[in-house]
Design a protein around this ligand. Structure first.
Ligand SMILES: *Cc1c(COP(=O)(O)O)cnc(C)c1O
Length: 473
């Protein structure tokens, strides 16, 4: 008999491998069928390798029951690894849409915990014990913070825009500037949202310039809404011009039209002192007389994913009564987090220090530099197989907000000696928690602006493991 036939015949049976300690240790976490399948597929893989490549192709020690069990166990651990899991964000982008946008304040987390663990006042009016409205928990807070008469919250801002347009303009026309036909990542395009809401789009002006008279001459029998959209993720610079909210409001009043503004990010406090491009706050827009303003909960506001609608009472009531409002309703955990986040804004100094994204904006480059130097030193002390250097970098807002804003910052650049930077990044993505950093040319850039200081130790550990070529950490 050839050696190959001999090895094939002597491949261990599935039952034998299942008795190995590596597999037995997983028996209380995974059903027997999953363990058996993992072992079977490892054996099948070895068999195929032997048949196709012969005995030369295989390391004989990989054929023992223990080695097969170890391999199958790694596969099983992957099944147990949560798919939606914690990430350390070392990209320098604070509202990274793919990484979940805004991290929540401790108060918001506590509120989620309290509401989720038991029953709550979600839809009960505690003054009379009768049925209440879920958004009532944040309405007065939002009115106080924005100066609006009424407020409503839904699942997200895309939903808020769709709902408001549908409720206020279905079958009629909304006038929008050609400079504001925005596409937000994830296929949210203003023209398509309007179509979905049954509102006819009437484009006016040109890409770079739109005048008040363009809106004025487009107003007709069917016009219901003058819509202004914040160009969150791009800027038109150079020979450009747009009509202000106040001018639109005046025109709307003259013709009895609803003036609506989709603000996108929705700033509740002025952030220009942090070196961010000036953006209108929600209060300013409400103050200019815009009838309905929509914005996100998880962008610059720093709360959970939500769509906030504030404005004139009669219009907000009409929006709340539309059947689509039920389909887009906010869930109780989000609502709990949103209420707690908004409440922090009542005390601006607390909002500033406790809402993570606001605190991250405020972090000064000098202290970021010190953190980076610390990390550099720790990596160098371990003699990692890489060149490690402090470099200048910039941080960004992200989340489709303030595209031109760059916060001066520092980062650690890592040039690994024993693997490509792509491999290093891939290894870091596989960890629990994962570490996500940027690559630039052949270096990994680790930016600490969006890394919580409590995560510094773990981040160092992950980098050390990855540079030492460990697949699991
Ligand atoms: C981000 C954004 C949206 C979508 O908001 P979500 O909360 O992500 O649904 C809509 N309009 C503008 C202008 C935006 O910037």
């Amino acid at each position: 008999m050839s050696e190959r036939q001999n090895l094939l015949r002597n491949l261990p049976a599935v039952d034998r491998v299942l008795r190995e300690p590596d597999i037995q240790s997983l028996a209380d976490q995974l059903p027997p069928a999953v363990l058996a399948e993992a072992v079977q597929s490892r054996i099948a893989c070895l068999r195929q390798q032997l048949v196709a490549g012969g005995t030369e192709s295989i390391d004989k020690t990989s054929l023992t029951p223990a080695a097969i069990a170890q391999c199958a166990a790694i596969y099983c651990l992957d099944i147990l690894k949560p798919s939606l899991r914690k990430v350390i964000n070392a990209t320098g982008t604070l509202l990274h849409t793919n990484l979940g946008r805004a991290p929540l304040a401790p108060e918001a987390l506590r509120a989620i915990h309290d509401v989720a663990a038991g029953y709550s006042t979600l839809e009960m009016d505690m003054s009379n014990g009768k049925r209440g409205e879920r958004f009532s928990h944040v309405e007065s807070l939002l009115c106080r913070l924005t100066g609006a008469e009424a407020a409503l919250v839904v699942n997200n801002n895309a939903g808020a825009v769709l709902l408001a347009l549908t409720a206020l303009g279905r079958g009629q026309e909304a006038i929008v500037s050609r400079g504001e036909l925005v596409e937000i990542g994830g296929a949210f395009r203003i023209p398509e949202v309007m179509e979905a809401g049954g509102v006819k789009l009437r484009e006016v002006g040109s890409t770079n310039r739109t005048h008040l008279r363009d809106y004025e001459s487009a107003i007709g029998e069917e016009t219901a809404i003058l819509l202004k959209v914040h160009t969150s993720n791009y800027r038109i610079v150079g020979f450009s011009g747009e009509v202000t909210s106040a001018e639109l409001v005046e025109l709307g009043r003259e013709h009895q039209l609803v003036v609506m503004e989709d603000l996108g990010s929705g700033l509740l406090s002025d952030l220009s002192s942090y070196g961010l491009c000036p953006e209108p706050t929600v209060s300013e827009v409400v103050g200019s007389g815009v009838d309905v303003v929509t914005f996100s909960g998880d962008k610059l506001l720093g709360g959970p994913q939500a769509g906030l609608i504030v404005g004139r009472k009669d219009l907000v009531r009409k929006i709340a009564k539309h059947p689509l409002a039920r389909a887009l309703r906010i869930d109780k955990l989000t609502l709990a987090a949103l209420e707690a986040t908004l409440r922090l804004y009542l005390q601006p100094h607390r909002a500033q220090s406790e809402i993570p994204v606001l605190a991250m904006f405020a972090a000064d480059p000098q202290s970021q530099r010190v953190r980076c130097e610390d990390l550099c030193r720790r990596l160098q002390e371990h003699n990692v197989a890489a060149r490690v250097e402090l470099v200048e970098d910039v941080s960004r807002v992200g989340g489709g907000a303030m595209p031109l804003t760059e916060l001066p910052d520092w980062a650690i650049a890592i040039w690994p000696h024993q693997m490509s930077v792509t491999e290093l990044a891939e290894r870091l993505r596989g960890y629990v928690p994962a570490l996500i950093a940027r690559t630039r040319h052949d270096a990994l850039l680790v930016n600490l602006r969006a890394v919580f200081s409590a995560e510094d130790y773990l981040l160092t550990r992950l980098l050390l493991s990855a540079l030492q070529g460990e697949d699991h950490c």
